[in-house]
Design a protein around this ligand. Structure first.
Ligand code: HEM
Length: 228
């Protein structure tokens, strides 16, 4: 088993499975976060975030999600290191750029930058909501007391424009990472005939643009004062 996971196909398999799992998380996460811009009272977002924080199934999924991120990152380091060792002679840049996209050649760098964004993001929101609870305001909605996540997020984006700009940059980096990651994951898992690759590449582009736009709209919405 460990031989399979470290062999070329096993390494790619691990990246694909964890990548697809993270894609599902990102889609659900975006759907929940878009509630921030659909209801300026913040009630919808707070109800959604409260549901995610208290639902037993989601609680079980949280460590699984963390593990998914850790495996995806560690395997990307292993793959990049082994590829680097296997290619002592540098590729001719001209011929490489003709057969591949910029994003596909820079997956490690893009993923690394998304990781930097993620660390900042976890400290800003996840850490505050989970461990720094005394700094959180609470609200009562439909008789239930819950943390005011809407206030936390909106005040951060309204109060510091640089913060919003970093989030927009994070959304662009994530979208670029996904343009290659999405179809590459399906290709590794067997959808690799010519027709499907072309279709998947298009689906990947559209999906990545929607995810990037979706995440970028949220800070923009507050930075432009559209919540008033
Ligand atoms: C405008 C963009 C975003 C907003 C407003 C946002 C909001 C939030 C909030 C409020 C939390 C804390 C939830 C809680 O602890 O109850 C959170 C957690 C998290 N976010 Fe984001 N997020 C954004 C973008 C992203 C992106 C692009 C990624 C992935 C690359 C991401 C990954 C995560 C992860 C892994 C967690 C911790 C797990 C969780 O609590 O669900 N977020 N986010």
């Amino acid at each position: 088993m460990s031989n399979f996971l470290l062999a070329s196909i096993g390494r790619k398999f691990m990246m694909s499975i964890t990548g697809l799992f993270l894609l599902m998380f990102i889609t659900v996460h975006l759907a929940l976060n878009l509630l921030l811009v659909f209801d300026d009272s913040g009630e919808l977002f707070n109800i959604g975030a409260h549901f995610m924080a208290t639902n037993p199934l989601i609680k079980i999924m949280e460590p699984v999600l963390g593990l998914g991120f850790v495996i995806h990152i560690i395997w990307s380091l292993i793959i990049t290191y082994q590829n680097w060792r296997a290619r002592p002679v540098k590729y001719n840049k001209q011929s490489l750029s003709e057969s591949s996209t910029w994003a596909s050649r820079n997956m490690f760098i893009l993923g690394g930058l998304v990781f930097v964004f993620l660390v900042m993001h976890i400290i800003d929101f996840f850490y505050v909501m989970k461990f720094d609870t005394h700094s959180m305001s609470t609200v009562i909605i439909n008789g239930a007391e819950m943390e005011d996540g809407y206030k936390l997020v909106s005040e951060l984006f309204i109060g510091c424009k640089l913060f919003g700009v970093l989030y927009i940059l994070g959304a662009i980096l994530l979208a670029l990472h996904l343009t290659h990651g999405f179809w590459s994951a399906f290709q590794t898992l067997g959808l690799n005939n010519k027709n499907w690759i072309n279709r998947l590449k298009w689906i990947a582009r559209v999906f990545a643009i929607l995810i990037g736009l979706g995440f970028a709209i949220i800070p923009l919405y507050f930075m432009l004062g559209l919540n008033n």
